[in-house]
Design a protein around this ligand. Structure first.
Ligand code: 5AD
Ligand code: SF4
Length: 465
């Protein structure tokens, strides 16, 4: 297990924050910052920490990028497309900087952790002032201090990944919370850049996680999502030195008194144990949703992806989960067009999706990532062909989703209302994370019971009862 950063380091950052606050007070009459997030919930959670640190440094929250004195892009490297979007968005703020030299632009997160990408920002984006990777996130106050005092560009590509606790945090919602329980990943799936940019697995202390969950429930949060690249491999020692694994942690959080839903993601099928399914099935608060990425339904491809399970093993886990929890919504990620994948291989993925009957699927065309093992493999299938396969899978899933949704007509479901009804109707999510649009006297951030009166494709419409 990798240790937490020493307290002194966190205190040192607080001192830097105070110094930045003083600098800002002298230089300007109040500065504001804007954080733009790309990518997964892990990045959303990191951005909440970035905003907390910015607040401590004396920044107000800018409503728009155009009005901000500091713009930070918290980036995603998981696919080329995500990365291109970041380059496009960063490129677009060049003109803001040209109009107003006083603003500062920073890029951080997964893209910035990669040396070759940081180098690209150094060479081709001279208007970017600050670049720091995931491992340096907690050092934002210090980096801002350097930026403002040295008046030159700052690059921080720390190599060591530790757990930074007690970082100030500004949550983006007052009813839905991200709760990271572990960071990094040891799985090295052959296509995936995450272990390279987020480092090896490290689990937070169970006492800290539990205390944070209790605080959230006491503060009225209605949905808590435990986050990690592979939450199932959470493992840490408690105060008595006993090992706490993920099922045990989940059970402890589920035992908290209150009215809330407990979610978690992402689960690796290899570690999705009977013990975990039992805890889920018996839970009082655990949402009936399991995000269980299959990535492929073909054993040869799974092997080359280094997923370490077969499609049969995957199916057994998914079936067992549904057997224990008939109302469970199972969702998945699928990569189409892995190097060397043939249409026959792909047909096995179609078959798996048909057999599991997912509630919904996140589908991606394989994207080669520098530094991963798969990037070196021959990849003869043309992109246009992969797009066709993807469409075939999407069509299958749309049919399966629509069939499942249709069976929910006239049922009543508990929904967490999340939208203010500006589109004439309210909208919210079910335990299975499906969106429901409905009429009635709802309130944002509160649970309500909705009768499903209509289903169009895989969207629910209903009335509050
Ligand atoms: N290409 C395409 N999809 C990828 N994912 C991860 N790496 C890649 C890649 N190189 C997908 C996986 C993962 C999800 C978050 O992103 O399906 O589960
Ligand atoms: Fe990437 Fe695999 Fe780790 Fe998920 S489990 S983050 S896909 S390496």
């Amino acid at each position: 297990m990798i240790a937490e950063l020493p307290k002194e380091e966190i205190l040192r950052q607080r001192e830097f924050a105070a110094m930045v606050r003083e600098l800002l007070a002298v230089r300007t009459q109040g500065a504001s910052a804007f954080v733009q997030t790309f990518g997964c919930q892990g990045n959303e959670a990191d951005s909440e920490r970035l905003r907390g640190m910015l607040e401590l440094c004396g920044f107000a929250r800018a409503e728009t990028m155009e009005t901000a004195d500091l713009i930070l892009f918290n980036t995603c490297a998981v696919r080329e497309h995500a990365q291109d979007r970041v380059f496009g968005n960063v490129g677009a703020v060049k003109s803001l900087k040209e109009r107003n030299r006083k603003i500062h632009i920073g890029v951080c997160g997964c893209m910035a952790q990669q040396k070759h990408v940081a180098e690209k920002f150094r060479q081709n984006y001279p208007f970017v002032d600050l670049v720091f990777g995931t491992h340096a996130l907690h050092r934002l106050p210090e980096l801002l201090y350097q930026l403002y005092t040295a008046q030159k560009r700052v690059f921080a590509l720390d190599e060591t990944a530790a757990i930074a606790e007690d970082i100030p945090l500004r949550r983006s919602s007052d009813f839905r919370a991200w709760l990271p329980i572990m960071y990094g990943c040891n799985n090295f799936c052959s296509y995936c850049v995450v272990p390279l940019v987020r480092g090896s697995e490290r689990s937070r202390s169970p006492a800290r996680v539990l205390a944070e969950a209790k605080e959230l429930v006491a503060a009225g949060y209605k949905e808590i999502t435990l986050l990690g690249q592979n939450v199932n491999s959470y493992r840490a020692a408690d105060a008595a030195g006993e090992t706490v694994d993920f099922p045990k942690l989940l059970r402890a959080i589920d035992d908290i008194e209150g009215d809330f839903w407990l979610r978690f993601m992402t689960s690796h099928p290899k570690d999705c144990s009977e013990d975990l399914l039992q805890v889920m099935a018996r839970g009082k608060h655990i949402a009936m949703h399991l995000h269980l990425p299959a990535q492929s339904g073909d054993d040869g491809i799974l092997k080359r992806m280094n997923r370490v399970y077969t499609s049969g093993e995957y199916l057994r886990v998914a079936n067992r989960a549904k057997e224990l929890m008939p109302a469970l919504s199972v969702t998945s990620d699928i990569i189409v067009g892995f190097p060397g994948e043939s249409y026959d291989n792909f047909k096995n993925t179609l078959r798996l999706a048909e057999q599991v009957r997912y509630t919904s699927l996140f589908t991606f065309i394989y994207s080669p990532r520098e530094g991963t093992r798969a990037a070196a493999l021959p990849d003869p299938v043309p992109h246009a062909e992969k797009v066709k396969w993807l469409q075939e899978l999407t069509a299958l899933q749309e049919r399966v989703s629509a069939e499942q949704c249709d069976a929910m007509r006239n049922r009543t479901l508990r929904v967490l209302c999340e939208d203010d009804g500006k589109k004439m109707r309210w909208s919210g999510r079910t335990q299975g994370n499906q969106i429901v649009e409905f009429d009635g006297a709802a309130q944002i951030g509160h649970f309500c019971v909705v009768k499903i009166t209509n289903v169009i494709k895989s969207r629910f419409y209903g009335e509050m009862i």
